[in-house]
Each structure stands twice: as structure tokens, then as C-alpha cells.
Design a protein around this ligand. Structure first.
Ligand code: CTP
Length: 478
């Protein structure tokens, strides 16, 4: 097997693998590479996480290897799990004593006992993750593949080593992992396995939101995220883990008028966007851009289906969704919220005459996120009508050009008021209060509407004018 030969050849020159093999031999320790590293080796995917299964004491082996490598950082030892981890250069290395696991119904934490390599491979989630490579001197590089994981890697199948009903019930996170791997690797889930996920879907309740969100993020970050969300829908997990997204599905027809299926539209937008940006949070914005469509849907006999205000309501739904999925409640969430709120604006501009003031307002509100917003809007064009597609694309180019022109001229992208509140207070000897806000807002609106340029002189003159109108006199003119 060419890949293994290549690995053995490289390992002889590699400081980590050379040291590892030498220590294992010196101390007569039997150990195996296992899990994701082996899988990714055969798939040609780069992998910096190395999992090693040790027959016997994993923590002692880790300590010996770390000492020999001269590892500077700490070796983290988890005695209860017989696990030890350390970092070496850019690698994350984990040693585990080979183990046997038995699960109870109430938790995904198994009872663990010392086991053989075969026991350890038995407890693994998928055949492609149960491949092991020997690290012993006498058979270094030989492959141990009791479940035909290699064949599954070749044809691209996700299959559990044991009965899938038991594997998924034991550790329901594996249902999410199956779908995530299928999406990342473009593999199929074996039909019996997929059926078992359908049967066991309710067990997902015992999995923490953080772990579910981790898997969702990995699906979102993959090349074609729609694959994962379609599988989640098909097996019935989606309404359990992400009801808001699930609620987008369906088409209603009244008086011969239908709306599009917002679930599949959303997935198309997400896939389109994935071709434009690798950013997780921009992809989240794509996933959530129409999230309030079900709750804002109305039927109007003249206009047909409307979703008025879905961008505003959608933005207000974002914190609840993030909180529920234990996603960060920080500036990432605010960014997603902002993009959801503004997602229609460039489209509206692209459909109509583009006025300078509309472009200025958009720049002012989007700030530095304007380029991301433009990407989201571009991805949102899912019409199959070629004429419309061309027209939108041309108009988008026009909007982009206008954005550059207006920004060059007016500098409103990171707008700072040319006349500050402090200056207004000083000029009119005011304490903080309503008038200052009024004047500041009036100046901002005048700039955005193009009544005055975005400059100090003009803003100062405008301030004096507005102040006079509300009966204020500058102190130095008294
Ligand atoms: N594993 C498992 N069941 C789980 C999680 C992990 O059986 N719920 C096993 C698999 O053999 C897996 C290995 O532990 O290959 C390492 O797990 P992890 O590092 O979480 O995943 P990887 O397979 O390495 O893949 P990724 O890094 O993409 O998550």
C-alpha cells in the first residue's frame, strides 16, 4: 500500500515519529496510531491531531515520549480517562490506554475498563475512524482494519463498526458526526445507519448544545453545507436541534399563488456564499437571513405572499438562537444580527435607481461590514431566470461602483461626527441633554442626505443654523 509505505518512509525522517518509535521500543510499549489521523492520512487531508492508543498505561507512555522530545509545555494528564495530551511543534498529541466501553441509557459517558486493541476499535464511531497503524518496531506501519474501513474510505461510506442502533444510542453525538463527516468528505451514510439515526434521533436530547453547535459549525464550514442540512432534515434531527431553521420548510399556495420554499432557498444561499467566503459568521448570517419569514408571512390577494419586516424580526431572533445553541453572545452575534437586518438593502438598491444618498446611508449603517453584506446579497440571488440573473448582477456591479465613488467622496464608512457633542455643549454652554442629540442627529441626517458635505466647516455652520431655530445662542456671540 503506497500511502503506508510513504508514511513509513517519512516517519523515519520525522522527529516526532522517530522519537515516538524509539521510546516505544526501548520501553517495550505496544501502541497504535488510530482515528482521525489515520483516516486523513489515507484521504490526503492534512491533520495536526495525532491519537495514539497504547496497550496498557497511556499516561506513562505520553510522559516518556514528551520527556524524550524535550516538550516545553505541560503534559495534561486525565487519570480517570487514562488520557494524556501535549503539544509538540504544531501537533496536538493524545495518548489513550486501549479501552473497552459500556454505556448506560442516561448519559453519553461510558463505563470504561482496560481493553485490547480490538476492544478499542470496537468502541469507535465509524469504520473509517477505527483504522489503526502499528507503531511497534517489528511491524511499524502495518494496518489493522478489522471492519473494512479501507474499503469504506474508497467508496466513500460512513458505517458503524457494530450495530448502528447501539452505536448511536450509546453516544448520540455520533448521529451529528455521521452527517458532519458525510458533508465534509462528500461520503454517503450507509442506509441501515441512516435508518438507525431516524430511529434514535430523540436520543440527541442527552447531548450538550455546545457539542451540537460544534458539529453544526463544521457542517457550515464545509464545501457544500446544504448536504448536511438536507441530511439533518431527512433523518428528523433538524426540528429537534434547530426548530427555527426547520420551520422555513414548505410552500403554501393560495388563489394560485405560491411562495418559494425558504428552507431550500436558504441552503442555496448558504452554498452560494460558501463559494465567496470561508468565514463562519458570514455563513451563519446566510443561514439566518430569512429566519423570520415563517412568522412574518401574510397573504395579500393583490400582492400574493409577503414577508414584510422579516429582516427586522429576523435580526431580533438572532440572540435567542445564538443563546439556545450556546454560540458566542459577543460581537460575532452582533455582526450576524447586523447582516440579517441589512440583507435586503443592497438588493433594493440594485433594483432601483441608485441615488447617492441611499448609497451613503447604506455605507453609514454597514460600516466595515459592507463588503460582507454585498457578498451575502450576491449569494441571495437564486433566481433561475437568466435574464433576471444578468440584470441583478449588472445592477450589483453598479451598486459596488457607487459604493466606492461615494466612499471616496464622503468618507461615511467609518463615520465620526465632524462636530462632536462636547463641542456643541461648549459652544452653547449646555449641560448634557436633549438639544445636543437633536443637533447631532440633524447634522448626521444632513450629511447622509447630501445637504451638506461631510466636513467640519459645513457641519459647524449647519449646527449654528439649527441651534438658532431652537432658540440657542453661541456663548461667544453673547
Ligand atoms: N470517536 C468516537 N466517537 C465520538 C468521538 C470520537 O468513536 N463521539 C473516536 C473516533 O475514532 C475518532 C477519534 O475518537 O476518530 C478522535 O475523535 P475526534 O478527535 O473528535 O475526531 P476525528 O475523527 O479526529 O475528526 P475531527 O478532528 O474532524 O473531529
Amino acid at each position: 500500500m503506497a500511502i503506508v509505505q510513504e508514511f513509513v518512509k517519512n516517519a523515519e525522517k520525522d522527529p516526532f515519529f522517530r522519537t515516538l518509535a524509539a521510546v516505544l521500543q526501548r520501553h517495550q510499549i505496544q501502541a497504535f496510531l488510530i482515528g482521525g489521523y489515520v483516516r486523513d492520512l489515507f484521504l490526503g487531508r492534512p491533520c495536526k491531531d495525532i491519537d495514539i492508543t497504547v496497550i496498557g498505561d497511556g499516561t506513562r507512555a505520553a510522559q516518556l515520549v514528551a520527556d524524550e522530545l524535550g516538550v516545553k509545555g505541560e503534559v495534561h494528564i486525565f487519570k480517570n480517562f487514562g488520557t494524556a495530551m501535549f503539544k509538540y511543534q504544531d501537533l496536538d498529541i493524545e495518548f489513550v490506554g486501549a479501552r473497552k466501553e459500556s454505556y448506560s441509557n442516561l448519559s453519553r459517558k461510558p463505563a470504561v475498563s482496560i481493553g485490547s486493541l480490538a476492544d478499542d476499535q470496537n468502541r469507535r464511531d465509524f469504520t473509517i475512524n477505527a483504522l489503526a497503524i502499528s507503531l511497534s518496531k517489528e511491524d511499524f506501519g502495518s494496518l489493522l482494519d478489522p471492519f473494512n474501513g479501507m474499503a469504506d474510505l474508497h467508496v466513500g461510506v460512513i458505517r458503524t463498526p457494530l450495530d448502528p442502533l447501539i452505536t448511536y444510542s450509546d453516544d448520540p453525538l455520533r448521529m451529528m458526526r455521521a452527517i458532519r463527516f458525510a458533508t465534509q468528505l462528500n461520503f454517503n451514510i450507509e442506509p441501515a445507519s441512516f435508518q438507525a439515526i431516524r430511529t434514535q434521533k430523540k436520543r440527541i436530547e442527552i447531548i450538550s448544545k455546545e457539542r451540537i453547535a460544534d458539529e453544526l459549525n463544521k457542517i457550515i464550514l464545509s464545501g457544500q453545507p446544504s448536504v448536511g442540512f438536507k441530511l439533518l432534515r431527512e433523518c428528523g434531527l433538524l426540528p429537534l436541534i434547530f426548530p427555527e431553521l426547520s420551520a422555513l420548510e414548505g410552500v403554501e399556495t393560495r388563489q394560485g399563488k405560491s411562495h418559494k420554499d425558504n428552507f431550500f432557498h436558504t441552503l442555496e444561499v448558504l452554498d452560494n456564499l460558501s463559494g465567496l467566503s470561508p468565514d463562519l459568521w458570514l455563513r451563519w448570517a446566510a443561514l439566518l437571513h430569512d429566519i423570520a419569514k415563517p412568522s412574518t408571512k401574510r397573504f395579500d390577494p393583490d400582492q400574493g405572499w409577503t414577508f414584510h419586516g422579516h429582516e427586522d424580526k429576523g435580526a431580533r431572533m438572532v440572540p435567542g438562537i445564538f443563546r439556545n445553541l450556546k454560540l458566542p453572545m459577543n460581537e460575532k452575534m452582533k455582526y450576524v444580527q447586523k447582516l440579517v437586518l441589512l440583507h435586503l438593502r443592497p438588493i433594493v438598491l440594485a433594483k432601483s435607481e441608485v441615488s447617492d444618498s441611499a448609497v451613503r446611508r447604506l455605507l453609514f449603517e454597514a460600516g466595515d461590514d459592507i463588503d460582507d453584506l454585498m457578498k451575502l446579497c450576491q449569494a441571495d440571488v437564486t433566481t433561475k431566470n437568466e435574464y433576471k440573473q444578468k440584470k441583478y448582477r449588472a445592477n450589483f456591479e453598479l451598486v459596488k461602483q457607487k459604493l466606492v465613488e461615494v466612499e471616496e467622496k464622503d468618507k461615511v464608512r467609518n463615520w465620526q461626527p465632524p462636530v462632536t457633542g462636547e463641542l456643541i455643549m461648549q459652544e452653547f454652554n449646555l449641560k448634557p441633554g436633549r438639544e445636543i442629540g437633536l443637533i447631532k442627529n440633524a447634522i448626521r441626517e444632513a450629511i447622509l442626505d447630501g445637504i451638506i458635505p461631510n466636513e467640519y466647516e459645513a457641519a459647524y455652520a449647519f449646527m449654528l443654523e439649527r441651534a438658532r431655530e431652537i432658540g440657542l445662542t453661541p456663548v461667544n456671540k453673547k
